[in-house]
Design a protein around this ligand. Structure first.
Ligand SMILES: Cc1ncc(COP(=O)(O)O)c(C=O)c1O
Length: 362
């Protein structure tokens, strides 16, 4: 194991020993891309020899992913739901007219790069993880606007620090109705670089004011879309009438709410949390969520691979002069969901859904 200050790593790239690469060489025939992927290979060289007119540089033919490798309480190395990332990369590839790497190729390349960089998988106690950044780029030189025929899959590993080095804490958000991250029928549901470059104006403006950015739907700006680069979750508690053996009583219902939108990335973390929420007996609802509904939420959070859950204490609506105060500390429902998911990821709880693959890395 490398001597690294695991606790002070943060979320930035730390050099590791190698990356893994695999190239696709193809041709467009009758509107279809046909070709084949080379065997993946490991390399210590982190630089690409890329033509200046490559379609990834000229036309943004690029997609990426993000997933984590955990060293568990039992010392085993686990990757969380990597097949879901591989499938999401395939959807992004198809959306941008790129070759979609087969799931098996993704898995093989991923196992190679984890094993070769096993010394960079942080120790269990640190809460740090090995982050994998799969990247898919168009490499064909092209001047005329259109998709290329050659692509490359690269997986870059980097240890990253724990998202909450101290204690689980809240963040505040500010609504931005003046910048859209993605168009309603655009590429928001795919993990492509262009969406992120398009969001920087809003996220950087929010950071300058000490907030994270809450995006609204780009068609009406009335509904919640996404939290910076994470999905939104709201928790509503209500009393509902229940009829049991002719007597009426009131029972507390917990609702897990998350936006339905054509422009948000289908988060694998959100999907996992929804499964756990259902198992805990909560009502899980995915629908359009009006901004004003923030006033009725007892808890809210951003969710994604990096943070798992990042509770929200307040949301500022500068256009309307409203501050939605949600909760000054992480609430019980989201704290419990956070713990349940982390217990599976770190091998402290039974993996009943088969979400983790144990990797032989040492
Ligand atoms: C725009 C956006 N939304 C949501 C997410 C969360 O997705 P996941 O839980 O799969 O990491 C991410 C991170 O990948 C993201 O970039």
């Amino acid at each position: 194991m490398k001597q690294i200050a695991w606790n002070t790593l943060g979320f930035h790239f730390t050099e590791t020993d190698s990356i893994v690469r695999s190239a696709f060489h193809g041709e467009w025939k009758d509107g279809k891309l046909v070709g084949q992927w080379d065997e993946p290979y490991l390399t210590r060289d982190k630089y690409l020899h890329l033509h200046v007119s490559a379609t990834c540089l000229q036309y943004g033919q690029e997609a990426f992913e993000g997933l984590k490798v955990f060293r568990g309480a039992d010392g085993q190395v686990r990757v969380f739901r990597w097949q879901a990332n591989a499938e999401r990369l395939q959807r992004s590839a198809e959306a941008l007219k790129m070759a979609a790497p087969p799931v098996e190729l993704f898995g093989k390349a991923m196992r190679m790069v984890i094993a070769d960089n096993a010394d960079y998988i942080p120790p269990y106690e640190t809460g740090a993880t090995l982050y994998l950044r799969p990247l898919l780029i168009g490499t064909t030189p092209r001047l005329g606007v259109g998709p290329g025929k050659d692509f490359e899959l690269i997986i870059i590993p980097s240890p990253i620090g724990p998202y909450y080095p101290g204690k689980f804490h809240c963040t505040s958000f500010i609504i931005n109705r003046h910048v859209d991250r993605a168009a309603a029928l655009g590429t928001g549901q795919y993990k492509v670089g262009g969406n992120y470059a398009a969001s920087f104006r809003a996220t950087e403006a929010a950071h300058r004011q000490g907030f994270d950015c809450l995006f609204t739907d780009s068609k009406t700006h009335r509904y919640i879309d996404e939290c910076s680069a994470a999905n939104f979750i709201g928790i509503k508690e209500s009393k509902v009438e229940s009829r049991k053996s002719k007597t009426e009583s009131q029972k507390q219902e917990i609702e897990y709410l998350t936006p339905r939108s054509s422009a948000i990335l289908p988060s694998i973390t959100n999907d996992s949390l929804m499964t756990l929420a259902r198992e805990k007996g909560y009502r899980v609802t995915r629908r359009h969520i009006r901004i004003e509904e923030l006033a009725d939420m007892q808890e809210a959070a951003a969710c994604g691979t990096a943070c798992v859950i990042s509770p929200i204490d307040k949301v500022i609506d500068p256009d309307k002069g409203i501050v939605y105060t949600i909760s000054d500390r992480p609430g019980p429902v989201l704290t419990d969901l956070y713990k349940s998911l982390q217990d599976i990821q770190y091998g402290r709880a039974e993996d009943r859904h088969g979400w983790c693959e144990i990797i032989r890395a040492d």
